[in-house]
Every structure is written in structure tokens, then in C-alpha cells.
Write a protein that binds this ligand. Structure first.
Ligand SMILES: C[S@@+](CC[C@H](N)C(=O)[O-])C[C@H]1O[C@@H](n2cnc3c(N)ncnc32)[C@H](O)[C@@H]1O
Length: 174
């Protein structure tokens, strides 16, 4: 699914506009496009769980991350962390709807694994989905360290806990 974006228009404004009633008429976009876009937007809500500050600070004390985020929380449509070279010690809390690779698109867990194979240290904060193919075939088969987090995280400024468990995966070349 391509990312939706208009250069110069912040993602938050674009999403509000698309949710409004008149957007189809204003933009002159045919009806089938609306269904594709609304599907994307519903998914993108799951993609913006920003890292709790204290968790990041604890991990940063341990790993000393480079000043680089492959997927920052700024909705920049021109940024594609999946096609960039990552830093030597990278922390990554990726969009959760795109963890798995498909025939058409590389997933974030695979991308992290590829970067690790270049000799880098990659620390992932991801949902604890232990039944998935990527968990078994990438994380377990390569013997990466998995830290299951006790309880549920409160992401960003949220006062309530997430509806899913999380884990930290440490990918280091052996
Ligand atoms: C779970 S949030 C994490 C944000 C931030 N890195 C943090 O740790 O708080 C994932 C972010 O990745 C962004 N994103 C989605 N696809 C992306 C891509 N291909 N390249 C870069 N960023 C992307 C989303 O807009 C979202 O803000």
C-alpha cells in the first residue's frame, strides 16, 4: 500500500481533511479511491505508538544509540526508513502494520535483520506477536535477544496502557 501524502501538507491536517465530508468532491477523486484511503487511515492509527520516554532513556543508557531514527513521528511522506542505510547503533519503534514482509514490500523486522547482518546493533520495540512468521523465522532462528516487557506500555502521552504486550528485540551480529 503506497503511503498517502501531499508535499507540504502535514499528515495530521491531511487526515483531518480526508475524514471530513466534502473531501471527495473537493479533491475530485473517484469513489473507489476513498475506500482505499480510508483503509490506509484506519491502519495508520496503529502506526503511531510513540516510544515512552523512560523506556527509550533506559535503553539509550545501555546501548548509546546514534542520533538517527528510521521512522520518526513526523509523517514526512518523503522519508522512507526502509530504503535508507541505518546507523551503527539504531533504535527503531516501527509502524506496527508493516512489520511483516510481503512479496511487494520489505517489512521492518526483515529490514532490521538486514541492517544487523551488516554488523550493526539494532534495537526494536515491537508488539509481542509470538505466533507470527517473522518472530519465528527471523527473531528466534537468528538467536536474537528478546526481552518481553512486563505489563503494557503507555505510549506517548497516553494515560492508558496499550491493548497489546510489547517486547524489545536486540539484534547484534555474532
Ligand atoms: C510507532 S511510530 C514511532 C515513532 C518514533 N520513531 C518513536 O519511536 O516514537 C512509527 C512511525 O513511522 C512512520 N512511518 C511509517 N512508514 C514509514 C516509512 N516507510 N519510513 C519512515 N517512517 C515511516 C509513521 O508515520 C510513524 O510516525
Amino acid at each position: 500500500m503506497p503511503r498517502l501524502g501531499i508535499p507540504g501538507v502535514p499528515g495530521v491536517i491531511l487526515r483531518k481533511y480526508i475524514r471530513s465530508r466534502s473531501w471527495c468532491q473537493d479533491l475530485g477523486i473517484p469513489r473507489p479511491e476513498i475506500q482505499t484511503m480510508s483503509g490506509y487511515i484506519a491502519k495508520s492509527k496503529t502506526d503511531t505508538w510513540s516510544t515512552p520516554k523512560s523506556l527509550y532513556e533506559d535503553l539509550n543508557d545501555e546501548f548509546n544509540f546514534d542520533e538517527y531514527d528510521p521512522c520518526p513521528l513526523n509523517d514526512d511522506p518523503d522519508k522512507d526508513g526502509l530504503s535508507e542505510e541505518w546507523a551503527a547503533v539504531t533504535f527503531c519503534n516501527p509502524p506496527y502494520s508493516q512489520l511483516k514482509s510481503t512479496k511487494k514490500k520489505l517489512g521492518w523486522v526483515d529490514k532490521a535483520h538486514q541492517e544487523c547482518k551488516k554488523g550493526k546493533t539494532i534495537v526494536l520495540l515491537i508488539p509481542s506477536r509470538t505466533d507470527t512468521q517473522w518472530f519465528h523465522e527471523i527473531i528466534l532462528e537468528n538467536g536474537y535477544e528478546v526481552r518481553f516487557l512486563k505489563g503494557r506500555l503507555k505510549f506517548g502521552d497516553s494515560k492508558t496502557a496499550a491493548p497489546f504486550p510489547s517486547m524489545v528485540v536486540v539484534m547484534k551480529s555474532k
